[in-house]
Design a protein around this ligand. Structure first.
Ligand SMILES: Cc1cc2nc3c(=O)[nH]c(=O)nc-3n(C[C@H](O)[C@H](O)[C@H](O)COP(=O)(O)OP(=O)(O)OC[C@H]3O[C@@H](n4cnc5c(N)ncnc54)[C@H](O)[C@@H]3O)c2cc1C
Length: 563
């Protein structure tokens, strides 16, 4: 299992958050969150103490599965079952760290071909057992968790053995790739042929093409290449009612776009086995730079003008003062002459009004000449909004450290704190009210306790019409009431975002965690349409039950129809 993550946290089991080279960080975090203990107080339980319920897969069912799969493609191993019980949300990690496994899959199935997946989906439909499509298990919405009160056997269908680049068409700039390909392998295979997909979510190292498609994921270069759904040319998806195959063509008007129905389907409509994706030549230049703004508002206006005037960078990350403070505290202090110069510059910036500065990282990718003009114009616009250039080192440090940040949550959880994120997208005209409203709501909640807590925000995916806002919040938790405490914050943040006009999720999807708000998000009739699709493709509800769709509220649907 070379790519498997920690069972109790994020990432490589051999790596922890590199705190030692950041002497300012822990004192700052501890003060923000009111942590007084010098030693961890909430470490994960010992793995050997976790009680796994016995598998409910009968010998008859296992025998039928062995007609389709080889013995080493079916595992009942308790550790494998544990690894497939949870994704990586805060509640997932809190439960598993405390040894609570509400329901583990009864087996993990590892098909290696489209035909094997077809046979498994057919058998699940015939024998009425559940299948949960599983990519990398990095979702943070409860997307792959077996439903606790499901009485039927539940099998996880892992795509990890279906990870090949099938073919590439350099003339059309498309590549056909199996759905279980993890980010690094997919990019390495494409790079060998001089191409790139350009999809880099923060979870890149451990998430898969199938997972990205099923959740409508967004990578950090989405400003240049779009979200994953914008890169899709065609998809193969196996449903209990048959296999849907869309044509690999640049565009079509043959009825509603089935690709758009399959993306975001979160494993409830079918299993995606492969997709043809738009790719591009490996960019010759990747240029990241940092800027400092006096306020979040100034940075927002700078970005808007770049987009309006057609000088969009390929990557934008504007951090508010909360996130920027975190970033400053991650830097090792400089000493000697360098330290003296740094302090002088800081003093000068404070004097010029950069008292609560906001960092903007911008990236430009492409061939030398083609990006030079865009970069020149974009940087001039940013300067005209008060952007103070920090140079390439800030951009390069961010680029180097970006995959380390997720490890910080585990570190904080060791001290009895929760840390979570909430993301949305909203029209430009409402970006600042939503930003202020959400930050203020969470800070007011902190004040109801002892005033400690952290909230920060960044804008990371932009559009002509608006942007994605990504909030990170953390707080110390009352012992014994951790999940109730967490869900108070989750409800507060999501209700606030929804009431201020944001979408329920810009790229993390729905899963279990966002289901209660789906009615509000898509309207009752919209929900009815999604239910009809589910019933038609998966009449026995064997695929990933309990995700994405809340129960239909029949009264509200008919009320809306009458109005
Ligand atoms: C630290 C961290 C950082 C993250 N950063 C980002 C980010 O920058 N951008 C972003 O978009 N997301 C991010 N995420 C969320 C997560 O990585 C994405 O949702 C990702 O797309 C999930 O991919 P996966 O392969 O891990 O899917 P899984 O978690 O295995 O599955 C997610 C959902 O997709 C379904 N599914 C998976 N494979 C298939 C398939 N082949 N066919 C049908 N259904 C399938 C599952 O049933 C489930 O409903 C982050 C998560 C973490 C923990």
């Amino acid at each position: 299992m070379p790519h498997m993550m920690k069972w109790w946290g994020w990432g490589d089991p051999k790596l922890n958050f590199p705190m030692a080279d950041k002497p300012n960080l822990w004192p700052w975090v501890a003060k923000k969150l009111g942590i007084v203990s010098a030693v961890p107080t909430a470490m994960p339980v010992d793995l050997s103490s976790i009680q796994m319920t016995p598998t409910q897969a009968s010998t008859e069912l296992l025998a039928e599965l062995r007609q389709i799969l080889k013995p080493d493609q079916i595992t009942l191993d308790p550790f494998e079952r544990l690894l497939h019980s949870y994704g990586k949300s805060f509640p997932d990690l809190f439960c598993v760290r405390n040894g609570v496994v509400r329901r583990a899959p009864d087996a993990v199935l590892l098909p290696d071909s489209h035909e094997q997946v077809e046979a498994l989906v057919k058998l699940a439909h015939q024998r009425n057992f559940c299948l949960i499509p599983f990519g990398g298990g990095t979702n943070i919405v409860g997307g792959i968790n077996p439903e606790a009160d499901e009485v039927r056997p539940m099998m996880t269908l892992s795509l990890r053995n279906m990870n090949r680049l099938i073919s590439i068409d350099p003339e059309s700039r498309t590549a056909t790739i199996q759905a279980g390909a993890l980010g690094p392998k997919l990019e390495a295979d494409l790079a060998e042929q001089g191409h790139s997909l350009g999809h880099y979510p923060d979870s890149f190292e451990y998430s898969t093409l199938g997972g990205w498609l099923a959740t409508r994921s967004a990578g950090m270069q989405s400003d240049a290449y779009g979200k994953i759904e914008d890169m899709v040319v065609s998809i193969k998806m196996i449903t209990p009612s048959g296999t849907i195959i869309t044509k690999a063509v640049p565009s079509s008007s043959a009825g509603p776009d089935l690709n758009r129905i399959m993306v975001g389907s979160e494993g409830i409509l079918g299993v995606i086995t492969e997709a043809t994706m738009r790719v591009h030549k490996t960019p010759a230049i990747k240029d990241y730079r940092g800027y400092l703004f006096k306020s979040f508002e100034d940075g927002v206006h700078g970005i808007q003008e770049c987009l309006d005037r057609g000088f969009a960078p390929s990557m934008i990350r504007l951090q508010d003062s909360g996130e920027s403070e975190l970033a400053f505290n991650m830097k090792a202090p400089k000493h000697g002459l360098e330290g003296w110069i740094q302090n002088r510059v800081k003093g000068w910036l404070r004097f010029r009004g950069y008292t609560e500065p906001c960092i903007l990282i911008v990236g430009f990718e492409g061939a030398g000449k083609s990006i030079a003009a865009t970069r020149r114009s974009a940087l001039a616009i940013l300067k005209s909004h008060g952007g103070f250039p920090l140079g390439k080192s800030v951009g390069n440090t961010w680029s180097k450290d970006k995959f380390n940040i997720p490890y910080l949550r585990d570190y904080i959880m060791d001290y009895g704190c929760m840390a979570d994120v909430a993301e949305t997208s909203i029209l430009w005209s409402k970006v600042l009210p939503l930003y202020t409203g959400t930050v203020e709501a969470v800070k007011a909640r902190f004040r109801q306790e002892d005033g400690t807590g952290y909230i920060g925000c960044h804008i990371s995916h932009t559009y002509k019409t608006g942007a994605c806002l990504y909030f990170t919040f953390a707080a110390r938790q009352p012992k014994g009431k951790e999940l109730e405490h967490y869900y108070e914050y989750k409800r507060l943040v999501t209700d606030t975002i929804m009431s201020l006009g944001g979408t329920l999720s810009h790229h993390h999807a729905v899963g279990i965690e966002h289901r209660p708000w789906m009615n509000q998000e898509v309207s009752p009739a919209g929900l009815q349409a999604l239910h009809a699709l589910k019933t038609s493709l998966d009449p026995k509800q064997v695929l990933n039950p309990g995700k994405l769709l809340p129960e239909l509220d029949a009264t509200r649907v008919s009320e809306q129809a009458e109005n």
